[in-house]
Design a protein around this ligand. Structure first.
Ligand code: ADP
Length: 809
């Protein structure tokens, strides 16, 4: 699909490029053609001008010719000037032709024309001369006429030159001679006879002259004819030459006309060809693009079909998961329920071992089923988000205590840092936040074998200036590689192939966590280094609750002014550790827990505490030894330490002398410890009357009312305490059973001592009396066998009590 889209784009781009190229070529070719055409047209114009001038010259020549003929016919010399002007005009026209002509042959021809015109002019001048000579042909008759008038008018006449001015010199001379002669001899010799003979002579002379003149005239006429002929020849030559040029120019004109037509034809042909090619290219690309578009259309239809199919698959998957998980949950609850019942029956160790596996597997499946259900709900957008008032601090602390087992076999240091602001009431979905926290803390605990887990929480202001809950869960565990960090938030993805084998899990926790956080409009960040540890930080926007929900517990008064004070609780009994932690939580103090003196020493080195609450009888290092170590450290010599012990044989004074600030005997009531802590910190507290515990918590075998005080009336917390108690009791029973086998009376005494406070706390009198005997058998004069029998009896009683308690939650 993507490829088709890209190919369509490429084709469109190629189409545009080709069209552009074609346009450039077309423009270039047409420009060239137009250029050619313009050149041809320019030449054609020149050619036209030349043709016009030549035509003008030829016409002029004809006119000159006719003028010439007219002059010859009329012998009107006055028209010679007009003729001359005409010839000059023709010469000018020919010069113009010469100016615009760049053809050498033509230039030569024009030179010849000029030469011929010149010759013609010369011819004309000669002709004029001839005409002038011919004009004199009437002078002899005039001379004779004059001679006839001689007798009367000749006297006194002297100025012949003026009189005969109009004759040519020869005639003039002859006449003058004659007249001078007649004049001289006029007086004596001139008689009529003489005059007659003179006239006859003159006449004769004149006849001779006339004959000579005739001859001359003939000669002139011959010359004239010759000249005229010559002129005709010149004119003809001129006409021929001009006609040749004219022909040539016409030829060229037609050739150019043809060339320009050719150019026009070529241009139109080129335009037709280019238009044809463009059309072909357009059709080709249209075809290719249509093909691609129809292909992509086909893919789209296929994709839509696939999408519909996938959606139906997802729907089927959702309903399958819902059905399977629902159908699994019911029988699974039955399995778990019956396993619990089975556990309460008298089972041998092997059976208990099998049952343990059965329960573990059932828990595993239940966890998986719950996760699958959540995932399916999240994917289908069916997970409902609530808006309830809650105290984040309480929620975080409860979650931590419910996730991290009190009897931590891994020796991890659990650090809890909570901001005081978290005590306030906020609106949000505590259940989902708890789910997120549980997943993260569970993972931190699962993937950390040594070191610490730090849960740091606060309220901060986000980019939108809104309050947000920020929780960081940091561990010193195996860490996550950069590569793994990219996919561990996806469903069914785990760090590597060995993770499942080594740590269990099914790779859904983080996927669900991320989806829930997204649903809560928050975000999650991860920073991790392989082999160093991981830190998951999540941010969830919260609003302050306007509801007036009491922040203080009505049953237990929290100690005021305890802010920023931190307590270290040391106890080897997980149940006691839980109880003490609950009380410390009630006071609003923060705390760390550890289960022996050695751990306490290292925590004291690493952190700053304001109070230590310690058990006395503990393995490895007892409370007195721990006290001694703390007091020898100058930095901590003033640190208040309260002894919390189940010992009945040590008095208050003994603790005081040893250096303890105060002591409290287990089991104690929460208020007793709170009062003691208030005393140590020198603060006053107001007492509130306690509510009477509900009847359901009290019967002849035990009373949970004290425990309920620790749990602030919260049944969830109570069950959490009971759970820890249950677990630690089973561990203690197992240890007692081993001790029976080994006949280890000392260990039985230790275990009994450890167990007494908790059973006293729940007022299990029967069990407490057995345990007290086991703690101090010498007081009751018991021998080894009696101790062992009493232990077996005690175990039975404890197990039955535990079963009864188990049925409660
Ligand atoms: P799982 O059920 O496997 O714990 P998750 O979705 O909770 O599934 O976690 C996915 C994977 O992320 C785990 O398999 C593990 O490899 C890695 N991971 C999660 N949390 C941690 C942690 N705190 N330290 C190291 N690895 C972790």
């Amino acid at each position: 699909m993507k490829n088709t889209k890209r190919s369509v784009t490429y084709k469109i781009i190629a189409g545009y490029l080709l069209a552009g190229l074609l346009a450039v070529i077309t423009f270039w070719v047409i420009y060239q053609q137009l250029n050619n055409y313009t050149q041809i047209t320019e030449i054609k114009n020149e050619n036209n001008e030349k043709l016009f001038l030549i035509g003008e010259a030829i016409t002029g020549l004809y006119e000159a010719e006719s003028l010439n003929r007219n002059i010859i016919q009329t012998s009107d010399i006055t028209k010679f000037d007009i003729y001359k002007n005409k010839i000059d005009t023709i010469l000018q026209t020919i010069n113009k032709v010469s100016e615009i002509s760049d053809d050498t042959l033509q230039t030569h021809k024009i030179d010849s024309i000029k030469y011929l015109i010149d010759s013609k002019n010369k011819n004309l001048e000669e002709l004029i001369t001839v005409y002038e000579q011919r004009k004199q042909k009437g002078l002899y008759e005039t001379a004779i006429d004059e001679l006839k008038k001689v007798n009367k008018s000749f006297d006194g006449y002297s100025n012949y030159n003026i009189r005969f001015k109009k004759y040519d010199p020869r005639t003039r001379r002859a006449l003058i001679n004659i007249l001078e002669y007649t004049k001289k001899d006029n007086a004596k010799r001139l008689t009529n006879q003489t005059v007659d003979s003179l006239a006859t002579s003159v006449k004769q002379v004149l006849v001779e002259l006339e004959q000579k003149d005739k001859k001359y005239k003939q000669e002139v006429s011959v010359k004239e004819n010759e000249l005229l002929k010559n002129d005709q020849i010149i004119t003809k030559q001129l006409r021929d030459l001009l006609a040749a040029i004219d022909r040539n120019e016409r030829k060229q004109y037609f050739a150019r006309l043809e060339a320009s037509n050719q150019v026009l034809n070529n241009t139109s042909n080129i335009i037709i060809v280019i238009a044809g090619i463009s059309l072909l290219i357009a059709i080709l690309f249209l075809f290719l693009i249509t093909k691609d578009v129809s292909k992509s259309q086909k893919y789209r239809i296929e994709l839509e079909a696939e999408k519909t199919y996938t959606e139906s698959l997802l729907k089927t998957r959702e309903s399958l998961i819902n059905t399977v998980t629902h159908d699994l949950r019911s029988p699974l609850n039955t399995v778990i329920g019956y396993s619990d019942l089975l556990e309460r029956t008298g089972l041998d160790n092997k059976q208990k071992h099998y049952l343990k596996h059965l329960k573990k597997s059932s828990d595993y499946i239940l966890h998986l089923v719950n996760d699958l259900l959540d995932l399916s709900k999240l994917e289908a957008g069916k997970m409902v988000i609530e808006k309830l008032p809650f105290s984040p601090k309480e929620l975080i602390e409860n979650t931590i205590s419910s996730v991290i087992p009190v009897s931590d076999n891994k020796n991890l240091t659990i650090k809890i840092i909570t901001d005081d602001q978290l005590k306030k009431q906020y609106l949000g979905d505590p259940f989902r936040i708890k789910q997120v926290l549980t997943n993260l803390i569970n993972n931190a605990y699962k993937f950390t074998d040594e070191g610490s887990i730090t849960i740091d929480s606060k309220i901060s202001i986000n980019n939108a200036s809104k309050e947000q809950l920020v929780v960081s869960v940091k561990d010193t565990g195996i860490g996550i590689t950069k590569e793994q960090q990219h996919y561990i938030f996806e469903e069914f993805s785990q760090g590597d192939d060995n993770t499942e084998k080594r740590y269990g899990g099914f790779g859904l926790g983080l996927a669900i966590t991320k989806k829930i956080i997204k649903l809560l409009n928050g975000q999650i960040k991860l920073e991790s280094k392989l082999g160093v540890g991981s830190e998951f930080i999540f941010y969830i926007p919260l609003k302050r609750s306007s509801l007036l929900v009491p922040e203080e517990d009505p049953e237990i008064t929290k100690i005021q002014n305890f802010t920023n004070k931190k307590v270290l609780i040391v106890d080897d009994d997980p149940s006691q550790l839980t109880l003490t932690s609950e009380v410390v939580t009630l006071t609003g103090l923060t705390y760390d827990i550890c289960k022996n003196g050695i751990e306490a020493v290292s925590l004291l080195q690493a952190n700053q505490y304001d109070l230590v609450l310690t058990d006395i009888q503990m393995p490895k290092m007892n409370g007195f030894e721990l006290l001694e170590i703390i007091k020898t450290n100058p930095d901590q010599s003033n640190l208040p330490i309260i002894a919390l012990s189940g010992r009945t044989d040590t008095s208050f004074l003994e603790y005081q002398n040893a250096g303890f600030t105060a002591s409290l005997q287990k089991p104690y009531a929460p208020q007793e410890l709170i009062n003691l802590i208030a005393e140590v910190f020198n603060v006053t507290i107001a007492n509130h009357p306690h509510n009477t515990p509900p009847n359901s918590l009290v019967n002849e075998h035990y009373s949970l009312s004290d425990l309920m005080l620790f749990a602030q009336g919260d049944t969830d917390s109570l069950y959490a305490i009971l759970n820890t108690f249950h677990q630690s009791t089973i561990d203690n029973i197992n240890e007692l059973k081993v001790s029976i086998k080994k006949r280890n009376i000392d260990h039985i005494k230790t275990i009994a001592h450890k167990m007494i406070p908790m059973f006293k706390q729940i007022k299990a009198k029967e069990v407490v009396s057995i345990l007290e005997k086991l703690e101090h058998p010498s007081k009751y004069h018991l021998d080894t066998d009696s101790i062992l029998n009493l232990t077996t009896n005690g175990i039975e009683k404890i197990e039955s009590l535990i079963d009864k308690l188990k049925a409660k939650h």
